[in-house]
Design a binder for this molecule. Structure first.
Ligand code: ADP
Ligand code: ADP
Length: 233
């Protein structure tokens, strides 16, 4: 239900992704692994269209958009795809001047137009899920990195996206703080949340991902069930 066909991404004359073909099933968790600069982050951003591929087709569920050099894709089509995704970033990116629950409910109110009360109930439900309900009123600066990332996960899930994209979700965290994030993402994986994550964190990949895609030099060089990829010599 996520289908990337022949994706190419160039920045000027630099080709960052080429000939990327990937299919990810509903309920699957895919880890993108590979060296720094391989193109993992760009690939994630080509799924939610924070970056527009230079060419190729991105399909999420029934919605699909095809990019070609020189062709302008209407903003509404980009938004229709992006709204099916939620994204978690390496550095959390919480709004610093809003407390935890406001961070989670903000998009529901301002983007989706939900009444505040309903948005708050949904936000509290999600904070509960990530173990942060008791910190609902806390400011981001008073939270540990692991706590901030759990709030960021709740925020990404708030509009019920089909797919959760995670860009190095544990890389900014000390090992003991990354544990709590691995725990939350592992729980989401067991519940059948469709996820694609770029990660260097082998523990995170092993605990969550059924599928592994190895990216190097802008190409998918290997893909398969994680058990197979991680045990192949
Ligand atoms: P990874 O996530 O695997 O570390 P990235 O997707 O961040 O890799 O980057 C892949 C390559 O694309 C790198 O060489 C990076 O410098 C380059 N790149 C990423 N974004 C841009 C951009 N906006 N303009 C130019 N080059 C970029
Ligand atoms: P990450 O790998 O965590 O995404 P980066 O430092 O690679 O972080 O990228 C941060 C931002 O800088 C992204 O928006 C990316 O597109 C942009 N970027 C990365 N490399 C380049 C580059 N060589 N030239 C211009 N922009 C870049």
């Amino acid at each position: 239900m996520i289908e990337l066909s022949n994706i190419e991404k160039r920045f000027g004359t630099t080709t960052v992704l080429s000939s990327v073909d990937l299919v990810m099933a509903e309920g699957s968790v895919t880890a993108l692994i590979g060296p720094s600069g391989a193109g993992k982050s760009t690939l994630l951003r080509c799924i939610n269209l924070l970056e527009q591929p230079t060419s190729g087709t991105v399909r999420l569920g029934e919605a699909s958009v095809t990019f070609e050099p020189g062709k302008r894709v209407p903003a509404a089509e980009i938004l229709a795809l992006r709204r099916q995704t939620g994204m978690v970033f390496q550095n959390f990116q919480l709004f610093p001047h809003r407390n935890a629950v406001d961070n989670v409910m903000e998009g529901l109110v301002t983007v989706l137009g939900w009444p505040r009360e309903r948005a708050k109930a949904r936000a509290m439900e999600l904070l509960e899920k990530v173990g942060m309900a008791e910190k609902a009123e806390a400011w981001p600066s008073t939270l540990s990195g692991g706590q901030q990332q759990r709030v960021a996960i709740a925020r990404a899930l708030a509009p019920s996206p089909r797919i959760l994209l995670c860009d190095e979700p544990t890389s900014a965290l000390d090992p003991e703080l990354s544990d709590e994030v691995v725990e939350v993402l592992g729980q989401l994986a067991r519940e059948g949340t469709t996820m694609v994550m770029a990660t260097h964190d082998l523990r995170l990949a092993l605990r969550t991902a059924g599928e592994v895609v190895v990216v190097d030099g802008g190409h998918v060089i290997e893909k398969g069930p994680s058990r197979q990829i991680f045990t192949d010599p």
